[in-house]
Design a protein. Structure first.
Length: 241
């Protein structure tokens, strides 16, 4: 075989090797894209690709101890069905949704993590939270006129079919004295929404909220007490595959 043929084969092998090296890993790209806005200690992604680039019949995501816009949640489940993602953006680790047939979300945050969230940038110190399954009760101290004053608060979380969660104060006392209504409303405006998807590349309608004595749960399920079948891999998932 002539030397020119060996040279041609060498060039072809090099080109194939270069192409293989440049090929993207769809699973790794998907993980990078979701990790950009779901920063979690543990992130698991189960995806069923479709027949075209960027297409997925289903994407299921589980996150543990996840930072979702400043609030640390214990667990979060997301499910996308019939997703068409921009393959070029995905190759850069960016999530850009072109089309989506259905989506679902289920998030659970413990009272302990809510406590840590409310301590961020808050003048109230030593915050302690508890829940009776309907209201949140908070106690702490706040510097007032050079002395530490005792604060007691009663409030509740609410959603209105939007993509945000709000916290409203039912009662607030400092050293046993009630705070004036205008001051309560001003404080609510400063902290709300306590959970928002404003910076997420894909958003989910929040249709229900449920409090227990141990956790705060928001989801796209219409019934707050319905089991999250897509979280546990039930036979009849909330979102059909």
């Amino acid at each position: 075989m002539g030397s020119w043929r060996w040279a041609a084969i060498a060039v072809l092998v090099a080109a194939l090797g270069s192409a293989a090296g440049a090929a993207t890993d769809p699973e790794a790209d998907l993980r990078r894209a979701f990790s950009a806005f779901i920063k979690a200690q543990e992130l698991r992604i189960d995806a069923v690709p479709d027949l075209y680039p960027g297409g997925y019949a289903r994407i299921s995501i589980y996150a543990r101890q996840a930072d979702l816009g400043g609030m640390i949640v214990d667990e979060a489940w997301f499910r996308l069905v019939g997703a068409s993602l921009d393959p070029e953006a995905l190759g850069k680790g960016e999530l850009r949704v072109l089309d989506l047939r259905d989506r679902a979300m289920y998030i659970k945050a413990s009272i302990k993590n809510l406590e840590a969230y409310f301590q961020q940038g808050n003048p109230v110190r030593d915050i302690r939270l508890r829940s009776d399954g309907q209201y949140i009760y908070a106690e702490g101290t706040v510097p007032l006129a050079g002395v530490m004053a005792r604060v007691r608060l009663k409030g509740f979380f609410a959603v209105g079919g939007t993509k945000d969660v709000y916290f409203y104060i039912d009662d607030l006392k400092i050293n046993g004295l009630p705070i004036l209504y205008p001051l309560l409303r001003k404080w609510e405006q400063d902290i709300n929404p306590v959970f928002t998807q404003a910076l997420w590349p894909i958003t989910f309608a929040i249709r229900s909220l449920r409090m227990t004595t141990e956790a705060f749960i928001v989801s796209s399920l219409a019934n707050a007490n319905a089991p999250c079948l897509f979280c546990t891999g039930g036979e009849s998932p909330v979102v059909a595959p």
